[in-house]
Design a protein around this ligand. Structure first.
Ligand code: HAX
Length: 434
């Protein structure tokens, strides 16, 4: 058994009595009440999910296993010759809550390497899809196509004990995570680079190998590591994480669950916002005849977008009430590597212009930029101008967090999810409307 799996098992054994005790002795303790506006309005703020992988404070932003983004990046072992940590080591942290030693990271990286062979039929399926399929559709299809590989399904059919569900789930998760970078890079090269595929390099770590298969030189490897880490987890209530958790609660395996996660991420109010930011910026750019707009022109365009009933992509958040620290981490990367890039300056201008306008409009509860406002600019700078593809990068990262959550869901025996619906007439009656 690998050190990661052994450590995870120890943590699970330690953790289980806490969940059992809460359920058995404190199950009736109230966490809050649900209002009519929450029942109609997307359950905003209803405290009804549990995860220990990450926590999102509205003002501080995300903490992974208790660590802020700068702490996470500083504490994890770095890939030799790189500024960023191993994504594999970050996954170790998400799963166990511990910072891995160099030896532990090397073992996980090797394990990912040993599991990364993508079945040939996946490539055939992707090649057979219509050329104008969206990359997220291709990613989702590739993942669900691998469902027949599920170890969980095999063990479930053999009658495995409920207490052991986490084990084959872990096997499925590692197999899928190890394969996702090659699947993602294949989609990119097939769709945008005339099908000239670059074979994986078994010597490289996850981020390094992804950059290599994309055909983009340094520091794109470090950017990939940063990107996968930043996008991995944001508690369990966001659409992609919740979709993965919900589907897996029916004991649908990792492949079904992560495909559902990808489908949720593909919405423009969620992960697709990173492509929307670039699409929107290009629109302004073209309107201005290929010139970066002035501050006044930019303000005008923001108002035009709002007045036509559209949202400003990359701004606002359902939980956050300040600038997203994932935005700030990417901004720092830009300041270090592309401070004079015109598109970066353009996005920086939005940071100045959009929040006061959203405040003036008075609708958005959070006028500040989120993770998606900055991410496309960096990709563009390194030659990835096909913005339809950006959410695939988000999906590879998000799979790390959702897989870690699903393994723990099975370890702690979380049941099938089934909230209760009421009819409009019932709400009217509760509200006292005659
Ligand atoms: N531009 C214009 N209007 C906005 C807005 C924005 N960026 N953000 C919120 N609003 C509007 C909402 O549409 C809503 O309007 P209505 O009352 O007419 O329905 C009102 O302000 C109140 O919304 P809210 O409570 O502040 O925000 P929600 O929790 O309902 O929605 C969203 C959160 C992220 C979906 C929202 O801010 C939005 O649409 N942002 C733009 C799209 C985007 O960037 N999405 C990515 C978010 C981060 C993420 O998940 N990444 O994957």
């Amino acid at each position: 058994m690998s050190q990661l799996k052994k450590k995870l098992f120890e943590k699970i054994e330690e953790w289980r009595p806490r969940t059992t005790r809460l359920l058995k002795d404190y199950g009736d303790v109230k966490l809050g009440d649900v209002t009519i506006s929450q029942a109609i309005g997307g359950m905003r703020g209803v405290k009804c999910l549990t995860t220990d992988i990450s926590y999102l404070d509205p003002f501080e932003g995300i903490r992974f296993r208790g660590l802020t983004i700068p702490e996470t990046l500083a504490k994890l072992p770095k890939v030799p010759g790189s500024e960023m940590p191993y994504v594999e080591g970050f996954f170790f942290l998400l799963l166990t809550g511990d910072i891995p030693t160099d030896e532990e990271v090397n073992e996980v990286a090797e394990e990912f390497n040993n599991r990364k062979k993508v079945p040939a039929y996946v490539f055939n399926i992707l090649r057979a899809m219509p050329a104008d399929s969206h990359p997220m559709t291709m990613l989702s299809a590739a993942i669900v196509a691998m469902q027949k590989e599920s170890v969980f399904v095999e063990k479930y059919n053999e009658g495995i004990n409920k207490m052991d569900y986490w084990d084959p789930t872990y096997e499925d998760a590692l197999n899928l995570l190890a394969r996702l970078p090659e699947v993602g890079a294949f989609i990119y090269r097939l769709k945008y680079k005339g099908g000239e595929i670059i074979a994986p390099d078994p010597k490289l770590d996850m981020g390094g190998n992804f950059a290599h298969m994309m055909g983009i030189g340094k520091p794109y490897d470090d950017l990939s590591r940063l990107y996968f880490i930043l996008h991995s987890d944001h508690e369990s209530g966001n659409v992609s994480a919740h979709a993965g958790h919900l589907v897996s609660s029916a004991l649908s395996d990792i492949y079904y669950s992560i495909s559902a996660m990808v489908n949720g991420l593909a919405g423009p109010l969620h992960g697709l916002a990173n492509q929307e930011v670039l699409r929107w910026l290009q629109e302004v750019y073209e309107k201005k005849g290929g010139k970066i707009p002035t501050e006044e022109e930019m303000k005008e365009f923001v108002w035009e977008t709002l007045n036509s009933g559209q949202v400003i992509p990359g701004f606002g958040h359902a939980v956050l009430r300040k600038t997203d620290p994932r935005y700030m981490a990417q901004r720092e990367f830009c300041l270090q590597h592309l401070p004079n890039d015109p598109l970066f300056k353009y996005v920086d201008l939005l940071y100045k212009v959009v929040p006061p306008i959203l405040v003036e409009q008075g609708k958005a509860k959070n006028p500040w930029p989120n993770v998606d406002a900055q991410s496309g600019v960096i990709q563009w700078y390194y030659g990835l101008t096909e913005y339809d593809y950006y959410t695939v990068l988000f999906g590879i990262g998000r799979a790390l967090g959702v897989c870690a959550n699903i393994i723990w869901d099975r370890a702690l025996g979380y049941p099938i999810e089934r909230p209760k619906s009421l009819t409009t007439a019932m709400l009217e009656e509760i509200a006292g409307i005659k």
